[in-house]
Design a protein around this ligand. Structure first.
Ligand SMILES: Nc1ncnc2c1ncn2[C@@H]1O[C@H](COP(=O)(O)OP(=O)(O)O)[C@@H](O)[C@H]1O
Ligand SMILES: [Mg+2]
Length: 148
């Protein structure tokens, strides 16, 4: 795997930074030859992961840190990591089940969206230490369509 480009972000756990991270990663990912629809999917995935860090990881505390690392490898492969040093997840398997939420007012579909829009997703978490969500997606080439 050859790394073509990467970006690392560190920002405060403020709700307004959800849209900051979303546009930032969307704009970085557009270096890959992919469709606008695909970029929208990437943005959605980033919003879900970052808002989880704020809402669940940090229980809406706004003076904590969130880290996002994005890598483009082999021209077509995008890897996104979202990390918080918050409360962590005791049961990752349960947390990833569709419609499961520890908050009854929420839909519990964030991880389901992340999984469905990415090729693979890994959640590394331990209670009291924090959570890392690692996701990867390889985009198909659209080069041929351009010349069709
Ligand atoms: N970064 C995180 N830190 C702590 N808990 C998390 C984190 N991300 C997700 N969770 C847990 O996983 C559950 C499922 O997350 P998700 O599918 O996004 O649904 P929702 O956010 O609607 O609850 C959350 O309700 C929460 O308990
Ligand atoms: Mg969520």
């Amino acid at each position: 795997m050859s790394i073509k480009n990467y970006v690392r972000l560190e920002f405060q756990s403020l709700p307004e930074n959800v849209s900051f991270a979303r546009s930032c990663v969307g704009s970085f990912a557009s270096q890959i030859d992919c469709t606008l629809e695909e970029i929208e999917e990437i943005k959605l995935v980033v919003s879900e992961a970052v808002s989880n860090s704020i809402i669940h990881g940090y229980d809406n505390r706004t003076n904590e840190k969130i880290f996002v690392m994005v890598t483009i490898a082999d021209d077509r492969c995008l890897e996104i990591m979202v990390e918080d040093r918050g409360k962590g997840i005791a049961d990752v398997k349960q947390a990833m089940e569709p419609t499961y939420s520890s908050d009854e007012t929420r839909m519990g579909l964030g991880f389901t969206f992340m999984k469905s829009f990415m090729d693979d997703m890994e959640v590394i978490s331990s209670p009291g230490e924090g959570t890392i969500v690692k996701m990867r997606r390889t985009f198909m080439s659209h080069e041929k369509e351009a010349y069709a």
